[in-house]
Design a protein around this ligand. Structure first.
Ligand code: GDP
Length: 457
C-alpha cells in the first residue's frame, strides 16, 4: 500500500497524567533524528537505554528516561519508532512534546494514527485493528479474551484463507474462459470451481449461525429490570451494582429514561437497564424517548420482572403484558414483609411466560445470592459457546452475508453454464472477503474504524 503521509508523528501513548510513568511514542522517517536530537546519541536497537532528555534548542535537561529505538520495519507501525518512558508528570510530558514539536518534520499524531500506519504498512489487517480497539475497550475478562483472539487473526486469517480459495476457483474458470478453444484445456474446470464455492458457502454459513453471541460479548448481555412502580426495581439495581465489586461504569443510558449499569459478573459483561424511569408523557419528544426505552428493554436478553410479593395478587399478573422476546424471571420482592410459612415465601409460583421465579428482598438481601448465582450461570451459558465464535462485529456479519449472496448467485448460474457470470460472482465474493480484512479498497470504512481510537494509539 502507498504511504500518503511521510511526516513523523508523536504523541503521549500512556494514560492520563500525572502517573508514575508516561510513554511518548514517535513514528516516521525522522524518528531516529528526533531521538538523537533529544538524547544526543542512538541506543542499540530494541535495547532499553537510560538517557537524559534535553530540549534540543535550549539544551536544558527535561527528564531522565528509558529510550527505545525500533528501526523500520521491525516496529509496531512498520516505520522507524522511538519510545520514551518518562516520569509521568504533566510538565515533563509537555516539555518533551514541545521539544518534539520543534524538530523538523515532526507533528502531533491524530487519534488512531499509529495504528493506521501499522495497517497501511501491512502490520495489522482491519480485523486485527478492530481486535486492538476492542482489547483497549474490554471491561471484562471474557471481552478481553475475544478481543485478543481477533488481534491474533481469528477472523482475519480465516477470511484471507477463504479469499485465496476463491481466487483459486476463479482461476480455474478464467483458464476455461481464456483458453476454451485450445485442445489441452479440460472441459470440466467449472465443476471443481463450483464445488469449492459450495464448500466455502457452507463454512461461512456455519460461522453466521452463532446467534450473534460474539457481537453481544462486545456490548454486554442486556438484562432489563421491569415491573410496576414501587416494586423495588431501583433498590434491586442499586444492590446488584453495589455488591458486585467490579462494577465497571454507571452512566445515563442512550435514552434519557433508562438508567444503564455495566456489571462484570464472573468475567462476563452484563448491562442492567432500569426501566423505573419510564413514565407516560404527553410531550411528543418524551413519548419518543419512552418508546425507544421500552423497545430497548423489550429486546433484552433477559427480563427481571420485579413484583411486590407482600401485596396479595400484586402485579405478578402484569408480567403477561411485558413484550419480552427472551427469558423472563419473576422476582417476588419484599419477601421480608411476608411472614415465615406464608405460601408467598415459596419461590415456586410459576405462570406462563415466566422461566424462573425467586422469592427475595432487594432491601434486606434475602435471596440475593441465589439470584446473582442464577444470573452468573445465565451469562456463562450464554457466552460459553463464544470460544468458537469468529463474528464479533456487524461489519463481519455483513461481509459474510454479502459473500454468501455472491456465492449463491455464482451457483445459480451452474445450470446455464454461464462461465463469465460465474467468474464475475466469484470475483465479487472474493472482493467482499478482501474488504473484511482491508486488502481491497476500503477507504470509506477506515475513518469509521479508526475513529474509535484515542490519540497515541
Ligand atoms: P421502583 O419504583 O420499582 O424502582 O421501586 P423502589 O426501588 O424505588 O422501591 C419502592 C419502595 O419499596 C422503597 O421505599 C423501597 O425502600 C422499598 N423496597 C424495595 N425493595 C424492598 C424490599 O425488599 N423490602 C422492603 N421491605 N421494602 C423494599
Amino acid at each position: 500500500m502507498v504511504m500518503t503521509d511521510r511526516s513523523t508523528i508523536f504523541a503521549l501513548s500512556s494514560g492520563r497524567p500525572p502517573a508514575a510513568i508516561a510513554v511518548v511514542r514517535v513514528s516516521g522517517p525522522s524518528a531516529g533524528a528526533a531521538l538523537k536530537a533529544l538524547i544526543g546519541r542512538m541506543p542499540a536497537p530494541r535495547k532499553a537505554a537510560l538517557a537524559r532528555v534535553r530540549d534540543p534548542q535550549s539544551g536544558e535537561v527535561i527528564d531522565e528516561a528509558l529510550a527505545l529505538w525500533f528501526p523500520a520495519p521491525a516496529s509496531e507501525t512498520g516505520e522507524d519508532v522511538v519510545e520514551l518512558q518518562l516520569h509521568g508528570g504533566q510538565a515533563v510530558i509537555a516539555g518533551v512534546l514541545d521539544a518534539l514539536g520543534k524538530i523538523e518534520g515532526c507533528r502531533l499524531a491524530e487519534p488512531g494514527e499509529f495504528t493506521r500506519r501499522a495497517f497501511e504498512n501491512g502490520k495489522l489487517d482491519l480485523t486485527r485493528v478492530e481486535g486492538l480497539a476492542d482489547l483497549i475497550a474490554a471491561e471484562t475478562q471474557a471481552q478481553r479474551r475475544q478481543a485478543f483472539r481477533q488481534l491474533k487473526g481469528l477472523i482475519g486469517d480465516r477470511a484471507e484463507e477463504w479469499r485465496r480459495e476463491l481466487i483459486k476457483a476463479l482461476a480455474l474458470i478464467e483458464a476455461r474462459i481464456d483458453f476454451s478453444d485450445e485442445a489441452d484445456v479440460p472441459e470440466n474446470l467449472v465443476e471443481p470451481a463450483l464445488f469449492a464455492a459450495q464448500l466455502l458457502r457452507s463454512k461461512i454459513a456455519a460461522c453466521l449461525a452463532d446467534s450473534g453471541h460474539g457481537e453481544r460479548l462486545r456490548e454486554g448481555l442486556v438484562v432489563a429490570i421491569a415491573g410496576p412502580p414501587n416494586a423495588g426495581k431501583s433498590t434491586l439495581l442499586n444492590r446488584l451494582a453495589k455488591r458486585e465489586a467490579a462494577i465497571v461504569s454507571s452512566h445515563p443510558g442512550t435514552t434519557r429514561d433508562v438508567i444503564e449499569v455495566h456489571l462484570d459478573l464472573d468475567g462476563y459483561p452484563l448491562t442492567l437497564l432500569d426501566t423505573a424511569g419510564i413514565r407516560e408523557s404527553s410531550d411528543p419528544v418524551e413519548q419518543e424517548g419512552v418508546r425507544r426505552a421500552l423497545a430497548r428493554a423489550a429486546a433484552a436478553d433477559l427480563t427481571l420482572w420485579v413484583a411486590d410479593a407482600s401485596v396479595i395478587g400484586s402485579a405478578i399478573e402484569e408480567v403477561g403484558q411485558w413484550p419480552a422476546n427472551a427469558e423472563v424471571w419473576l422476582l417476588r420482592n419484599k419477601i421480608d414483609l411476608v411472614a415465615a410459612g406464608d405460601p408467598r415465601t415459596e419461590s415456586s409460583t410459576m405462570k406462563d411466560g415466566i422461566n424462573r421465579s425467586f422469592a427475595m428482598s432487594a432491601q434486606s438481601g434475602i435471596g440475593m445470592d441465589s439470584l446473582v448465582g442464577a444470573l452468573s450461570g445465565f451469562a456463562s451459558s450464554y457466552f460459553g459457546a463464544t470460544e468458537s465464535v469468529i463474528v464479533t462485529r456487524g461489519r463481519h456479519r455483513q461481509a459474510f452475508e454479502e459473500t454468501i449472496a455472491a456465492l449463491d448467485r455464482a451457483l445459480s448460474h451452474r445450470a446455464s453454464g454461464g462461465e463469465e457470470l460465474i467468474a464475475e460472482e466469484l470475483r465479487s465474493a472474493a472482493t467482499t472477503l478482501g474488504r473484511l480484512t482491508g486488502r481491497v479498497d476500503v477507504e470509506d470504512i477506515l475513518d469509521v474504524i479508526f475513529r474509535d481510537f484515542c490519540i497515541g494509539k
